[in-house]
Design a protein around this ligand. Structure first.
Ligand code: FES
Length: 334
């Protein structure tokens, strides 16, 4: 059950403890709580929201050691054509600087399996890194295919290549299990060779840019339902509601009995905000999972990148920042 109440996720005050260049254009930040106390627990695949300046909120995967309850680590790629979040991190988050965070939240949890195939593209290595460590610690059979533009642009390559079992949680890996592929030297990832035929005992986890995710989804089309889990940093363009065909509907808030009208050109989230109903949200593009809300009645039209096909089919929850109702009325547990 998801309980979307704005007061349930208070920001945590963090301070930047350390900052290192993890690759060309990538900084790795080590964060600790302002008061020096324990941070909330997390598991591989989790991300946090960083509440940056001027209302910028950005999600970053935790890529350090889940056992270290005093520190979180994130790695941030500077995106020259980005929307300002990565530039802010690179320009302002230096050692000693304070920053607010929310979370962690996990939409990309590592489920138990005998065998894992991990595919990472560029900065998409960040959630995969603790997954690799967890798979190794669990004694699973795992392999990682990691692609990047150039060798110098690929963060954590040295850690992945090192044989340091047990000495560093983010890097207890055996090199034979890791295949790094700089595109300028070796071309695109050989997904057909890596993913080969579906296997019942294998789960596939992929994080990276949209073309890589689309290629892996195509390659895994014949795999069992639920075998492939992906995490998107950005919404794919074809997922947004079509403004020409979107329709309005009535929204009922079950806890208060309030009724609101969601017009065709406004999201449920914005409709709630305009009516003074406070709910949690972050990305507003269906990728972070923060606004997930329980649905009591209504035919849903999902536009998010978070829910699995099974979760969508169940109709139990929705991301109210992008998803809508196909019918005349939607009843939410708000
Ligand atoms: S706010 Fe991120 S999924 Fe809705």
């Amino acid at each position: 059950m998801n309980d979307n109440r704005a007061e349930s996720n208070e920001p945590i005050e963090l301070v930047v403890e350390e900052r290192v260049d993890a690759a060309e254009g990538v900084v790795a930040l080590t964060l600790r709580s302002q008061g020096g106390g324990q941070l909330p627990a997390w598991e591989p695949g989790a991300h946090i929201d960083l509440l940056l300046d001027e209302g910028l909120i950005r999600q970053y995967s935790l890529c350090g050691d889940p056992q270290d309850r005093l520190r979180w680590q994130v790695a941030v790629l500077r995106e020259p054509d980005g929307r300002g979040g990565s530039a802010y991190v690179h320009e302002h988050l230096t050692p000693g600087r304070r920053v607010l965070a929310r979370g962690p939240r996990n939409n990309f949890a590592l489920r138990p399996a005998a065998r894992y195939l991990f595919v990472a593209g560029g900065i998409g290595i960040t959630p995969i890194l603790p997954m690799v460590a967890a798979a190794e610690a669990a004694g699973a059979d795992w392999h990682l295919l990691y692609g990047g533009r150039t060798r110098a642009s690929m963060a954590f390559r040295d850690q992945l290549a090192a044989v340091q079992e047990g000495t560093e949680a983010a890097a207890p890996v055996r090199t034979a299990r890791v295949r790094t592929v700089p595109q300028d030297e070796e071309g695109l990832l050989d997904l057909a060779g890596f993913l080969q035929a579906p296997r019942e005992d294998t789960l596939v986890y992929c994080c990276g840019p949209e073309p890589l995710l689309a290629a892996v989804e195509e390659q895994c089309a014949s795999w069992p339902a639920g075998a492939l889990r992906t995490e998107r940093f950005r919404a794919s363009a074809d997922q947004a509601p079509d403004p020409d065909t979107a329709t309005g509907f009535e929204l009922v808030l079950a806890r208060s009995g309030r009724k609101l009208t969601v017009p065709p050109d406004r999201s449920i989230l914005r409709t709630l905000e305009a009516a003074g109903v406070s709910v949690l949200y972050s990305c507003e593009e269906g990728t972070c999972g923060t606004c997930e809300t329980d649905v009591l009645e209504g035919e849903l039209e999902h536009h998010d990148s978070v829910l699995t096909d099974e979760e969508r089919a169940s109709g139990e929850t929705m991301m109210i920042c992008v998803s809508r109702c196909r019918g005349a009325e939607l009843v939410l547990d708000l």
